[in-house]
Design a protein around this ligand. Structure first.
Ligand code: PEP
Length: 247
């Protein structure tokens, strides 16, 4: 399987920030893994143009479950594909927290993404309170079961497992904790998509940086990363891509 280094720019970046793409492509012109950046929707077209002819793919951070209609301010999956996106992040914990997104809604959005030809990157992860009371595996199992859309395959689905307490905090689980969760997810996914689970990318997310990337990527069932803060600068993201290429 080809591993995936994906960056989530969140609500950061203007056209001036696309210099980063030039620097990233200079540092990693031919990586040994897939490379994706998900900027704000305002930058999808411009980043797609900046990445043309390169190995960098461009994705979105959310989509509506409907293909069109009276939904002021929302963006439909076909629009994102039209702008140049090949992937869309869905169910990120910040959207689950800020917008109250449920597993049912994430699942519907993922179905819409697949229908539009996008790869759905479905995010899940436990809060610190849930981990502290021993609910981690139950929580991520329920999120996985509830969010994976019908028709998911290894080609159109990526799972990003991101402990909420590790996102943007500089804290990461122990390697043993990551290994436990990813092994569990692989087996659980097999109950949903069968043999495709073995080839479906399972990303780790939460404070991945150049200094911890290699040890995380060496773990079984970690097929890449979803990277927030460290995807904003080429000097941080390029070494993460290099570590994944070497894993
Ligand atoms: C994320 O936004 O998905 C994320 C993992 O952020 P960070 O890498 O900044 O923790």
């Amino acid at each position: 399987m080809r591993k995936l280094a994906a960056g989530n720019w969140k609500m950061n970046g203007t056209r001036a920030g696309l210099d980063m793409v030039t620097a990233l492509l200079a540092a990693q012109p031919n990586p040994g893994c897939d490379m994706l950046l998900c900027p704000p929707a305002t930058l999808i077209s411009a980043m797609t143009a900046a990445a043309r002819g390169s190995r960098l793919m461009v994705g979105a951070q959310d989509c509506h479950a409907k293909p069109s209609g009276a939904h002021t301010g929302d963006l439909a999956a076909p629009m994102l594909a039209d702008a140049g996106a090949t992937h869309v992040i869905l169910g990120h914990s910040e959207r689950r927290a800020d917008h109250g997104e449920t597993d049912d809604q994430v699942c519907a959005k993922a179905e819409a993404a697949l229908a539009a030809g996008l790869v759905a990157i479905v995010c899940l992860g436990e809060t610190e309170d849930q981990r502290d009371v021993g609910q981690t595996l139950d929580v991520i199992a329920a999120q996985l079961d509830g969010s994976v859309p019908a028709g998911a395959t290894a080609a159109n689905l990526v799972i990003a497992c991101e402990p909420v307490w590790a996102i943007g905090t500089g804290r990461t689980p122990t390697l043993a904790q990551i290994a436990e969760v990813h092994g569990f997810l692989r087996a659980r996914l097999a109950t949903l998509v069968g043999v495709a689970a073995a080839e479906t990318r399972l990303l780790y997310g939460g404070s991945v940086k150049p200094g911890n990337a290699a040890e995380i990527f060496a773990l079984p069932h970690v097929d890449g990363a979803l990277v927030g803060g460290a995807s904003l600068k080429a000097e941080d993201f390029a070494p993460i891509v290099a570590a994944l290429s070497a894993a």
